[in-house]
Ligand binder design. Sequence first.
Ligand code: 0L1
Ligand code: MG
Length: 262
Amino acid sequence: MTLTKGVDTKIVDYLLSAERDVREITKITDQYPELSIEEAYELQERLINRKIAEGARTVGIKLGLTSKVKQQMMGVHEAIYGFLLNEMLAYEWEPVDFHQLIHPKAEPEIAFLMGEDLKGDNVTTEEVLNATKYIAPAIEIIDSRYKNFKFTLTDVVADNCSSARFIVGSKWVTPNQTDLANIGMVMSKNGEVATVGAGAAVLGHPASAVAWAINKLTEKGKGLKKGDIVLSGAITEAIAFESGDTIVAQFDGLGSVSFSCS
Ligand code: 0L1
Ligand code: MG
């Protein structure tokens, strides 16, 4: 399918209205089954540009479908990426408002803060670590705009990979202070263990996932900039939460990150 001007605007309006009106929608491939993955990234770019035109600012990127389990579930062999905006940043000390979200879920992730620009089509894990100023524990709140969180790969890419909010913990360490692949993580909901995992769940090593994303961005003439935040991908499955819940993710050597939902 070739996206025409009218169709792309219609799809972007449809996705933006679901988020604004806090309501789930049927997936776009129900109406446009031939949409390609390249077109989905074009739609994602248009959606982000609309938000920028309305005053938002990009602050980095996020990776999705980085675990083998999730890739198998979706029947795909590759991760995906989307963009983080300043308005998605939430804080440990300020409750996340459940009523602004459709059916949110929390994912434990490792955040990278880039100390240098990084671009290239053959970027390695080591180059990512060298260009990283700090890493920190993070939680991503995903909130697919699609009904029941059910979608194809093209749907989810167009929907900016279900991005909604993210919280970064206050303890930042240099990458050489910790073994990111072997880092253990326990995420709890209201004091009960909800998921347990290790950094290696993210494409073998979270920095390898970041390298993958940079190589992909470079194909589009983009890259990471000094100061960008990267959410490297979920360490475990996502956990649903609602008003009144508190989620804490505790990482070995990295400390914890948490949020409450009002
Ligand atoms: O950040 C993520 O891993 C989510 C990617 C999109 C898939 C989903 O919404 O579960
Ligand atoms: Mg995520």
